[in-house]
Write a protein that binds this ligand. Structure first.
Ligand SMILES: *[C@@H]1O[C@H](CO)[C@@H](O)[C@H](O)[C@H]1NC(C)=O
Ligand SMILES: *[C@@H]1O[C@H](CO)[C@@H](O)[C@H](O)[C@H]1NC(C)=O
Ligand SMILES: *[C@@H]1O[C@H](CO)[C@@H](O)[C@H](O)[C@H]1NC(C)=O
Ligand SMILES: *[C@@H]1O[C@H](CO)[C@@H](O)[C@H](O)[C@H]1NC(C)=O
Ligand SMILES: *[C@@H]1O[C@H](CO)[C@@H](O)[C@H](O)[C@H]1NC(C)=O
Ligand SMILES: *[C@@H]1O[C@H](CO)[C@@H](O)[C@H](O)[C@H]1NC(C)=O
Length: 443
């Protein structure tokens, strides 16, 4: 009895080990790597005026690098562009926004298949969490997607699943995955900025959240192509020839995957974006530091200045010009046709400058502030939030009793009220029914 038992145990153990060995294929030593953040900086001009060290992750026109914009605070990133000094190379993917690494940090693929970014002392800063998941190899694909492959060629992990502020052609936002892009704080500061581009169930939208506002405010949105009855699950950036038999014209657009597909709709919904008379395969979408969305294409058929800004979402020629960008005119300014035209003050409009700012109301006491009126202006939130229907006196008392309220907006024709926790950019509209009342201290 005893010997049968122990034999069973030995056989089970053998089977278990065999099973373990097969299912947990290790990364062959020749495919592992440890890349160290040390050595001289590269010579070429790159985005944000950064210093960089190229590492041996490469597939033309993509190059892995450690870069820094402030001393000893490095981002591990993928760069796009070719080595010609005239073309600033751009960062199209990053691992560690807001969590910079120091000198001698390592980026490594171990035999267990986990891809790890760690400090020199071993502290893990970022990882793919793919240990013992059957990874056999790392590869940079032609479209800039970095992948960890299993023995069947399937993706165990892909960089396309973790965008930050950039989408390459073929890359997606996913409900249940990363469903938004977050802007960068500034050229120098690689932390989250105030803007987000969000794929929502019924629309795509741009949001702004300043340090003082209580919640994000929509300043641009689009929904007409999606339909009320459907829910967005996947948005993919597509570049393709407009006609199968004419490869000279390319389309760039978002392909939407939705639930409840309309049976009468032969093609999935999409969002028109741009047409170009050249190959737009090497394009990325960027949510910029200024909150605008832009497509940039790298053109292999051009020598100098090969980057083309193919399309800007908020631009002079659309209903939503740059005046919809919350910080277009700084802390406080009046915008018209994408230009900052005036600085609204209690004594009327004065010339705009970057220093325009509303006087701070420091007291919550109604006896210590009053409002001044502006006519024919709107706030960026008005287009995409309906406002409450109420009397103007109610609207004002709501703002007065709310210390955080900096002013209110009122449309007299519909008696609609909006409370503002941020002023920033106001848009001039040719409509005297659109009023703004800005809080200002009595002295
Ligand atoms: C990085 O490592 C190299 C060699 O291992 C060493 O000489 C150098 O001092 C290290 N740099 C820092 C900043 O620790
Ligand atoms: C909404 O979806 C349901 C079921 O999927 C369908 O029966 C209905 O006709 C749809 N309505 C519209 C307006 O498309
Ligand atoms: C997202 O949509 C694209 C294009 O339709 C498709 O290739 C991709 O597999 C989809 N991803 C997921 C996770 O559904
Ligand atoms: C669309 O999304 C569904 C659910 O996420 C998925 O099963 C399907 O494969 C996707 N279709 C395409 C074309 O990506
Ligand atoms: C478009 O550019 C991509 C990337 O360089 C290339 O692979 C593809 O062959 C080009 N298409 C045509 C029709 O030239
Ligand atoms: C003012 O706004 C009202 C309602 O929103 C609109 O009907 C009217 O045409 C506008 N007038 C001008 C001059 O834009």
């Amino acid at each position: 009895m005893a010997s049968t038992n122990s034999r069973t145990i030995i056989i089970s153990l053998l089977c278990f080990h065999l099973f373990f060995f097969i299912s947990q294929a290790l990364v062959p030593s020749s495919e592992t790597f440890t890349l160290v953040n040390q050595g001289d900086f590269g010579d070429y001009i790159v985005e944000y005026g950064a210093n960089y060290r190229a590492i041996s992750i490469y597939r033309d026109p993509f190059q892995g690098c450690f870069y820094n914009t402030t001393p000893n605070a490095y981002t591990l990133a993928l760069r796009m562009g070719t080595v010609r000094s005239e073309n600033t190379m751009r960062w199209v993917w990053e691992a560690n926004r807001g969590k910079p690494v120091r000198e001698n940090a390592t980026f490594s693929l171990g035999r267990d298949g986990n891809l790890v970014l760690a400090e020199a002392d071993g502290e893990v800063v970022w990882q793919t969490n793919t240990a013992n998941k059957g990874v056999v190899r790392f590869e940079v694909l032609q479209n800039g997607n970095m992948v960890l492959l299993n023995s069947k060629g399937g993706f165990v992990w892909q960089s396309f699943s973790s965008p930050t502020d950039t989408l390459l052609v073929g890359q997606s936002l996913l409900a249940g995955g990363v469903s938004k892009l977050v802007s960068r704080a500034s050229e120098e500061n690689n932390n989250d900025g105030p803007y987000t581009f969000v794929m929502e169930p019924q629309r795509i939208a741009l949001y702004y959240k300043s340090s003082i506002s209580t919640r994000p405010t929509v300043y641009w949105a689009e929904n007409e192509e999606i339909g009320n009855n459907r829910t967005l699950t996947n948005l993919t950036l597509i570049s393709e020839p407009r006609y199968a038999d004419d490869l000279s014209i390319y389309l760039l657009y978002f392909l939407f995957n939705t639930t409840n597909k309309d049976p009468e709709q032969s093609t999935p919904p999409s969002s028109f974006a741009a047409i170009a008379r050249y190959n737009t395969t090497l394009t990325y979408l960027r949510l910029g530091i200024d909150g605008n969305l832009r497509y940039f294409t790298f053109r292999l058929d051009v020598y100098n200045f090969a980057w083309d800004r193919v399309y800007t979402f908020l631009n002079r020629d659309t209903d939503n010009n740059e005046c919809q960008l919350p910080e277009r005119c700084g802390k406080f300014g009046l915008c018209e046709d994408s230009q900052c035209v005036a600085c609204p003050t209690p004594n009327g409009l004065s010339g705009w400058s970057k220093d325009c700012e509303a006087k701070k109301v420091t007291s919550c006491k109604a006896s210590e502030f009053h409002y001044y009126k502006l006519e024919g202006v709107d706030h960026y939130m008005i287009k995409y939030t309906t406002g409450d229907v109420t009397k103007q006196s109610k609207c004002e008392s709501k703002c007065t009793s709310d210390c955080k309220c900096l002013g209110y907006f009122f449309h007299t024709d519909q008696s609609r009220c909006w409370i503002a926790y941020d002023l920033k950019t106001l848009t001039r509209v040719g409509n005297s029914t659109n009023l703004a009342y800005i809080k200002t201290p009595n002295k």
